[in-house]
Ligand binder design. Sequence first.
Ligand SMILES: [Mg+2]
Length: 232
Amino acid sequence: MVKAIIFDCDGVLVDSEIVGLDDVVVYLAEHGFEWDAKHLISTFTGMRDDVFSAALRAEYERILGRPASDAEAHALFEGLVDKRRAKRDTLQPVPGAEKSVRAVKALDGIRTAVASSSRMVYLDRKLKHCGLWDYFAPDVYSAEAVAHGKPAPDIFLYTAERIGIDPADCLVIEDAHHGVAAAKAAGMAVWGFTGGGHCFEGHGETLSEAGAARVVEHHDVLAAMLGQIDRQ
Ligand SMILES: [Mg+2]
């Protein structure tokens, strides 16, 4: 029985995965990378910064044909972050996100939370910018607080503990296959969501393969389904 709905933030509530993405692809190409937008989304979406930056450094060293210094690796990563930061004022909620959140909030006896790979300082800023913070606070949790980022189950187990709900009674809404895998590893039910601006053709199949029980393409549909979750 579902007693809590746990939302991922980026790509589910906040349409952040697409922000600055084209600029990042150009920036990486200037440094010899052959990573297009689809590769970036399918490989790294939902990962914590430290996991992504390690993968970035490994590929950079392959391109250079030698180890990169810490300064070089840091400069590469910070340059990439700057590209996204430059476009952060364009950030929008995922279309219809508030509708799904309101549908869940209208239910009796269902807890809600946000569990994200994003750092807390950014989570705070993004959710407030999109008018969604007050629906969840104080139950907004960052993977900064746990040992291992997604696809490890840590952030979801931590969230369940904080809201006092058994993991088996939690339903997670996730847009990334690493997030779906993390929720499954935590023993939770998980639905894939493909309504974010970054989701390309075939994204839903990827989420199903990772273990999503169903895949929902838009918040209009998700809101209707979540609005009846206490009767399922
Ligand atoms: Mg996400």
